[in-house]
Write a protein that binds this ligand. Structure first.
Ligand code: SF4
Ligand code: SF4
Length: 125
C-alpha cells in the first residue's frame, strides 16, 4: 500500500513540475562556463607548427604548412583539450557549444591570409 502512495506522490509531483529534460535541438541550451565544446582557431595567430595535430589523440587536426591551412574534423574530436593546452601561440580555444548535429560528415578548413591578401581586402573595404 505504501508503494502505491509513493507512486501516486511521484505522479502528482511530476504533473506539477516542468519537465527535467530539454527539447534539444529546438531549445537552446545554456552551457556551464567551462564547458569543453567545439574547438575554434584564431587563424591569424597560427604559425603552423603542427604541435596541435601531433598532440591530438584522434588525429582530428591536419596542418598544411605550405598551403597555410588548419583543418579539423569536428566529428572526430573528443573534446580532450590537448590541442588548446599545447598551442604555443594560444590561438586555439574551446567554445561553450558543440558542433551542430548533421547527417553529413564535414571538415572545417581555415586558411591564413597573406599580407598581400590583407592589403587587397583593405583596399576593397
Ligand atoms: S599548435 Fe597552434 S600555432 Fe601550432 S599549428 Fe596548431 S594552432 Fe597553429
Ligand atoms: S580537443 Fe582533443 S580531440 Fe579535439 S581536436 Fe583538440 S586534441 Fe583533438
Amino acid at each position: 500500500m505504501s508503494g502505491i502512495m509513493k507512486f501516486t506522490g511521484t505522479v502528482l509531483k511530476n504533473l506539477i513540475h516542468k519537465p527535467v529534460t530539454e527539447n534539444y535541438p529546438q531549445a537552446e541550451r545554456e552551457y556551464p562556463e567551462r564547458t569543453r565544446g567545439k574547438v575554434s582557431i584564431d587563424i591569424s595567430q597560427c604559425v603552423f607548427c603542427t604541435l596541435c595535430a601531433k598532440k591530438c589523440p584522434t588525429g582530428a587536426i591536419t596542418v598544411d604548412r605550405a598551403a597555410q591551412t588548419w583543418t579539423i574534423d569536428p566529428f572526430g574530436c573528443i573534446q580532450c583539450r590537448c590541442c588548446v593546452d599545447h598551442c604555443p601561440r594560444k590561438c586555439l580555444s574551446m567554445e561553450q557549444h558543440y558542433t551542430s548535429p548533421s547527417e553529413e560528415k564535414t571538415v572545417e578548413t581555415y586558411t591564413k591570409q597573406t599580407t598581400e591578401e590583407k592589403q587587397e581586402e583593405k583596399e576593397h573595404a
